[in-house]
Design a protein around this ligand. Structure first.
Ligand code: C5P
Length: 239
């Protein structure tokens, strides 16, 4: 697979065209950002750890019947993915209240949410990714109602799968963000699933094992991502 030219570079990943017009190379970099890019740092080995973590989760989801953009690992820090038409939407599911939900609504941190709470956000850094609903999505043409329904249903279906997956590793899946896109008319899970985009708490101690370690300066960020990977049975290569 030939890497041709960079088409986008985000806060933590870059995308490159390839000799296959409908396939892209997704490169995970060591760059780490929080608070809409206000806190930035390069963390050694993050690109490698997150690329292989994402591959493991995407392959697990595929084994459970979830269709994703992930094709295969190309190297320790690069993956091959399908080129999608992305929706400018972030889908969040929360099993426990924390983060922006507590700030916005004054909810007690750690409150168990049963049933899980689903929220749409607009993917727009300049606006600070505001909370939106189905009506905004339809009125402004960000997706059809059918596609919005499909994204919500898939995000909740993935929640059922991943809550059990992380429970096996003695972890609570607190919340996470997913993005979707279309490939040849089909809705596929896109972007990534790594500890950068979810919250994971140790089941016994409630220790934070995700990007909150970076946001809150708790230290050992990538070592902790690696420990999560190990508990899930991953063999992450750092060479
Ligand atoms: O910030 P908030 O509490 O709304 O985040 C909910 C979940 O979505 C967290 O797991 C967070 O890491 C993830 N998220 C993300 N990217 C964003 C916004 C939220 O990965 N732009």
């Amino acid at each position: 697979m030939e890497k041709i030219s960079q088409i986008t570079t985000g806060k933590a990943k870059s995308l490159y065209t390839t000799n296959e017009p409908d396939q892209l190379i997704m490169e995970f970099r060591d760059d780490t950002s929080a608070f809409d890019g206000k806190k930035m740092e390069a963390l050694d080995n993050k690109g490698k750890v997150n690329n292989q973590f994402n591959a493991f989760v995407m392959e697990f989801l595929a084994s459970k019947g979830i269709e994703t953009h992930f094709i295969k690992l190309l190297s320790n820090h690069e993956s091959l993915v399908y080129k999608l038409e992305m929706f400018p939407i972030e889908c969040v599911v929360r099993n426990r209240a924390t983060g922006s939900l507590c700030k916005r609504l004054g909810i007690e941190d750690g409150l168990i949410l049963d049933p899980p709470l689903f929220e749409f956000f607009l993917k727009d850094d300049e606006l600070g990714d505001p909370l939106i609903n189905d009506h905004h999505i339809e009125s402004f043409g960000w997706a059809t109602q059918e596609d919005a329904d499909a994204m919500r249903d898939l995000t909740l279906e993935i929640n059922d799968i991943l809550v059990d997956f992380f429970k096996e590793a003695n972890l609570i899946l607190v919340d996470y963000k997913l993005e979707f896109g279309k490939f040849q008319g089909k809705m596929l899970l896109a972007d990534e699933f790594t500890p950068d985009g979810c919250r994971l708490w140790d089941k016994d101690t409630l220790t934070k094992m995700d990007k909150d370690r970076f946001r809150q300066d708790l230290g050992n960020v990538i070592e902790t991502y690696g420990e999560v990977g190990e508990r899930l049975g991953m063999k992450i290569k750092l060479d």
